[in-house]
Design a protein around this ligand. Structure first.
Ligand code: ZN
Length: 286
């Protein structure tokens, strides 16, 4: 990506200097143990790039010294702010055509553990969007995971992650999140998972829509960027993650879609460029 000299979003909320406090015996320590146990068991409480729901609470406090970032972290933060700014331009252009005003979400940077309105989350769960406070939560160590653990390096792979989370915010603004949540509550587990997959694939398609707009209107993309994004979409498919964590693939347990599906829907948004093309809910075969 060519991010030099571009506008950085003012909607970054830097909480990297916040630390959990262990007050009393209540939920703070229990919550941490609970989440740690799930992670140890290989159960992903909030799957990668998920929409957060409920998690135990923990109290956070600003540490006395301001957070000192490394030059590499500063570079990643700036890239994140440029991509966030670009998604603001894209969605403020597209959504009014559908009678919806784009309300810019905040993006919270954190280290290790964070408190959202959806509950407490750990970095190991991956980036997520909380519809209750309309914020995206990101520990930038995920960028390193993406490159080293999932084999998807590059700034555009990172941008894809941000654009996917912003895709969840767009779903929220369009009223899709609420409808899907209500439908999931009425469904059996298998059907609820299938709805989650459609939700995730739509966020991938919206990420593709953003990439198209950024490339065509502002020449943000460089040669090889689309391939980086596709590699990232493929790397974090449920089948690939399951094979890594359990050694086998269980399609009914998919909540994010297979690698092939994620790539296909990202590409669809990129090529079609319309919201209608991203209607994963009225497509018999996803
Ligand atoms: Zn997601």
């Amino acid at each position: 990506m060519d991010t030099r000299g571009r506008r950085q979003s003012s909607n970054i909320e830097d909480r990297r200097g916040m630390r959990p406090v262990r007050t009393g015996i209540g939920l703070s320590i229990g919550g941490l143990l609970f989440l740690g146990l799930l992670t140890l068991l290989g159960i992903n409480p909030l799957p990668f790039l998920g929409v957060a729901t409920k998690a135990p609470e923990v109290e956070m406090q600003q540490s006395p010294e301001p957070y000192q970032e490394s030059p590499q972290e500063a570079q990643l933060r700036e890239m994140t702010a440029v991509v966030l700014a670009d998604t603001e331009v894209t969605w403020s252009t597209i959504l009014p055509k559908y009678g919806v005003t784009y309300v810019e979400p905040r993006l919270v940077l954190f280290n290790g553990i964070v408190q959202s309105e959806c509950g407490t989350a750990q970095a190991a769960m991956g980036p997520f969007y909380c519809p209750i406070d309309q914020k995206v939560y990101l520990d930038m160590s995920f960028y390193i995971d993406l490159s080293q653990r999932f084999g998807a390096p590059g700034d555009f792979a990172q941008a894809y992650v941000i654009a996917h989370e912003i895709g969840h915010h767009v779903q929220y603004l369009l009223g899709i999140t609420e409808k899907v949540q209500a439908a999931r509550e009425r469904s059996r587990q298998v059907d609820a998972n299938a709805l989650s997959v459609r939700m995730e694939l739509q966020a991938d398609c919206f990420a593709g829509l953003w990439a198209r707009n950024a490339a065509q209107s502002r020449q943000l993309l460089e040669a090889g960027d689309v391939e980086e994004g596709l590699r990232a979409a493929s790397a974090i498919g449920d089948d690939r993650l399951q094979r890594q964590t359990q050694g086998r693939v269980v399609p009914d347990a998919f909540t994010h879609g297979s690698s092939e599906q994620r790539v296909r829907w990202f590409r669809r948004g990129l090529e079609a460029g319309t919201l209608e093309a991203c209607d994963t809910f009225n497509t018999p075969q996803i």
